[in-house]
Design a protein around this ligand. Sequence first.
Ligand SMILES: *[C@@H]1O[C@H](CO)[C@@H](O)[C@H](O)[C@H]1NC(C)=O
Ligand SMILES: *[C@@H]1O[C@H](CO)[C@@H](O)[C@H](O)[C@H]1NC(C)=O
Ligand SMILES: *[C@@H]1O[C@H](CO)[C@@H](O)[C@H](O)[C@H]1NC(C)=O
Ligand SMILES: *[C@@H]1O[C@H](CO)[C@@H](O)[C@H](O)[C@H]1NC(C)=O
Length: 739
Amino acid sequence: MEAPACWTLMAVLAALVAGSTACPHYCICDNIQGTVTCMKQQLTEIPTTIPEATKHLDIRGNNIDRVTTGAFLPIPYLTHLNLQKCNINHLHEGAFRGLGRLRSLNLGFNNIEFIYQETFDGLYSLQQLIIDNNKIEEIKPGAFAQLGSLNVLNLEGNFLVYLPPLLFQGLQQIKYMRLSKNMINNIADEAFAGLWTLKRLSLDSNELQYLPTEALSRLTAVAKLDLSQNPMTYLGEEVFRMRSLKHLMMNDMSLQDVLLTAFLHSPKLSVVEFRNNQLQVIQPLEGVESLRTINLTGNPIQCNCFMRPFREWMANRTKLKAEVLCHGPGRYEGERLDSLRPVDLRCDSRPLDKEEEELSLVNKPATNNQKGRPCPDHCDCQHDLQHSSCEGKGLRKIPKGFPPDSHLLDMRFNDLRFIPRGSFSGMKQLVSLHLQNCNIHHLNTGAFRGLRNLIYLYLSSNEINSLQPEIFEGLPELTYLYLDHNRLTSIPKGAFRLLPNLFALHLEYNTIPQLTDDNMEGAEKLRRLHLTGNNLTYVSPTALRPSGQLQKLFLDENKLTEVPTVALMGMSALDELKLSRNPIKQIESGAFLPVKGLLQHLWLNNLGLEKISDGAFDGVDEQMQSLYLENNQLSYIPSLENFRNLHTIDLSNNPWDCDCPLLPLRRWLKSSNLKVRAVCSLPRNVTGVSVKDAPFKNCKGNLPKKNQASTKKRKASRTGVVRKTVNRKKLKGSRVGME
Ligand SMILES: *[C@@H]1O[C@H](CO)[C@@H](O)[C@H](O)[C@H]1NC(C)=O
Ligand SMILES: *[C@@H]1O[C@H](CO)[C@@H](O)[C@H](O)[C@H]1NC(C)=O
Ligand SMILES: *[C@@H]1O[C@H](CO)[C@@H](O)[C@H](O)[C@H]1NC(C)=O
Ligand SMILES: *[C@@H]1O[C@H](CO)[C@@H](O)[C@H](O)[C@H]1NC(C)=O
């Protein structure tokens, strides 16, 4: 009697613990641990009789075609769910509804094609989502909107091609994202918007032909980025704008050129891997003070004079470990670059001497290996890299017969004179076209027709003096246009309507005298406009109106006599303005008001500037980070107390008058921890004394002369110069600076 009662009681308890359901006979259940395993049972649907209290459910290796809405409602306590290799084709909307405690979901190695907006509804606690090796082509933006706890998202090995804007919206705690081994070739500027916490991103083995600069710049916390095995050939100017980036991998790519400012805006970069690329030369990199390792093994580096600047740069950085092996010329093959002295890196001047011969031999095999593939005479076509080059061959016309899949065509240093219509027809895949230094006077209408994938067009250093508005017909993707160092006397109005994707326009060092009404018509996506070194005397009030997204405007080395204030109206993103070396004598009150709250870098050096009105920096002082005023004729400057975010200011070479009106400057200098050179020119008996140390004798409210930190602290904070948080540090800095 007693034993059966006891059994009954235990059965009741077990049922309570496990929920009321028994373990399906084809599964293994551990009701104490709350685990149920039903691996490889040829199940065709999610079992319906799993004990309710189950926490871990493993159904790997079955044959479940679809997961229907609410399939897991009977087992709401799940924390881990493994559905790997189940031949799943469809996840219905709301498939995981009710799993508010689920932390880990593995859907790897199935046949899932679509992720709907509501597929992952209700997974509030999910930390790890693995959907690798499926067939996902499309994910609806918003699909991850409810996954606010997710740390890890793995989408490796799918068929993603395009990442639309706001795709990852809602992933507020994401740390690591794997998008490797997809077919991604296009990433919307806002695709990664909102991923504030992402630390690590893998985008390797995709189809990216150029760096998605804008999209990546949204990833403000990413420290490690893998872009290896993408078919990129170039890293252009300032393309990386990732302020937390420390470790960058770009191995096994087709990189042929890395411009020296590529990393200017990624100051924390510490490790760069460029293994197995096609770099023959690399320039010193600007702005990478934290760089410790750069790995260039597996590149055809030519240790000649072009590598000398890099070698010198390496030598100056004792903490930098640079792994560079010479591939040529012959006598240095296999040597480490750091075992050679800068003077060993030579180029002989005569074009066909031994060294050049060696060089050309080194370059030959790649060309000759692939007989039977097209390549014009005098040119080298590296078929595997999709690069074609006829650089410096004295060509008078553009040859025909390049491989139709060429991505890069280098025609620099030829004698082309003009570019006839249809010169590049058939080169539909060209991404980058180099026509610098070709003595080009004229571009015929239709010259670039058919280059529908062209992104970079280099026409620098030619003799072009005018452009027909239709000239850029057929270049819908063009993003970077270089027309610097030519003889242009005007910007052809309307030309940019044909270039809807234009991002950077280089017109520096031409002789353009003015910007006329709506001059930039059609250039709506333009972010950088380079007009340095022209002959500009006038910018019409509406000249720049069509380019309201402009971020960088370079008007330095021109003949402007005033700040083009009205022309700045309507700019909603301008953060850098260069006006250096224009004959501007005075900055009027409110000169930068149209870009209120936006401007961060302002260049007003070498203007002959005599006067800055009070209120000149109204609206732009608070967020200003760098201000250049050196080499002017300033004796006075209004108080800088509102410049709370300055990290660079240059006031040198101005005849400062160290009399009472300048006292606010002196106070500001005393309380700031910036190193600023400003020297008094007047009064006569303090000439040559730095403003900071000048006596300002007869001025009311003068500061006590010797160190009395406590009084100083009070005064400094009263002037409002220092923000609360950095107050102590700044004061400390300034004291140290004085001692
Ligand atoms: C550079 O990469 C090579 C492999 O390609 C590796 O053997 C070497 O250790 C790396 N060097 C550094 C400094 O990371
Ligand atoms: C290296 O430092 C020397 C002086 O120490 C300087 O003259 C030279 O310009 C520097 N080179 C580079 C490439 O930074
Ligand atoms: C630049 O403009 C001035 C007039 O402002 C003109 O005299 C001069 O010839 C121009 N220079 C060039 C190179 O066009
Ligand atoms: C400079 O001259 C003024 C009077 O012109 C005088 O009051 C002041 O003490 C002098 N300062 C120095 C540092 O000699």
